[in-house]
Design a protein around this ligand. Structure first.
Ligand SMILES: [Zn+2]
Length: 277
């Protein structure tokens, strides 16, 4: 029986000759694997509707325990910037793999579907990708069975910072209780403040924020520590994203130092001209 449903393409892979398997996060049926006959033939009618990280409304057959099938589709969003910008795409691939890892197949998870859909919207508009990724990581923690306390000090429940973070004890320590964990993160309290804030916000509310690269790196360090310790995923998309962002930082550093040395040269030149005059 044909049904109509909405979905976001997670990935596709070749399967026997020209056929393909396409994994789609459907809004109402959860993540599911679809079989598409001869998809790898040029000009297949579902070509653009099976491109990873795009959103469509489909008509097809949904099977609970075996492969499902696609018949036709209508595009809802191609997320052009996500497709075109390699750095933004790396963020989006990581987000989609994280969601895929968090959701058991064939289980309806409309709120996580909404989360991925909104994440792609934000990334497509180039809105604070580092913050968007930290947001989705925070939001998915309970899906991986981890409850981190960002509300108050683990020992005295005070909401007065400046807080530090204990990975081992899964929460915050106030200055009077820093000593409870000799391996505490020694973090910038502003990074914790931002994570606390993100926990209370809805993704729609996040707009472009200008945070220093140091603060963004600190937020990354905290989220990585939590994920390494309690989630333990080894996603290729994550190491690729790390490489890309490191490269971006190096390029920015180079740019800055070149601008600085150009400025110095200009000052030098002004000086010699002044002296000559
Ligand atoms: Zn305390």
């Amino acid at each position: 029986m044909n049904e109509s449903f909405e979905g976001i393409v997670l990935f596709k892979r070749p399967y026997r000759d020209l056929d393909a398997l396409v994994k789609i996060f459907t809004q109402n049926y959860g993540t599911k694997m679809f079989f598409v006959k001869a998809l790898n033939k040029p000009n297949h009618s579902l070509n653009s509707h099976t491109l990873p990280l795009t959103k469509h409304s489909y008509i097809g057959t949904i099977n609970q325990d075996s492969l499902s099938f696609l018949k036709e589709a209508n595009t809802l969003n191609m997320y052009r910037q996500v497709q075109m910008d390699p750095v933004i795409q790396a963020y989006a691939v990581y987000a989609s793999q994280l969601v895929d890892a968090a959701c058991p197949d064939n289980e309806p998870r409309p709120e996580i579907y909404q989360l991925l859909s909104e994440t792609l919207n934000k990334l497509d508009q180039h809105i604070a990708p580092e913050i968007i990724i930290a947001y989705i990581e925070l939001r998915l923690l309970p899906e991986f069975g981890t409850y981190f306390n960002f509300e108050h000090c683990l020992y005295c429940q005070t909401i007065q910072g400046p807080f530090d973070m204990s990975i081992r004890q899964m929460g915050l320590l106030c200055p009077r209780h820093y000593h409870q964990d000799s391996h505490r993160m020694q973090t910038d309290p502003n990074a914790i403040y931002i994570l606390q804030h993100l926990q209370r916000l809805s993704l729609e509310d996040i707009q472009n924020v200008s945070l220093s690269p140091q603060l963004l790196a600190e937020i990354r360090r905290l989220m990585d520590a939590i994920y390494d310790e309690y989630v333990g995923l080894r996603l290729k998309s994550k190491s690729y994203l790390n490489q890309l962002t490191k490269m971006e930082q190096e390029i920015n550093k180079l740019k800055n130092s070149r601008e600085k040395s150009n400025k110095e040269k200009a000052v030098e030149k002004d000086k010699t001209q002044d002296e000559e005059n």
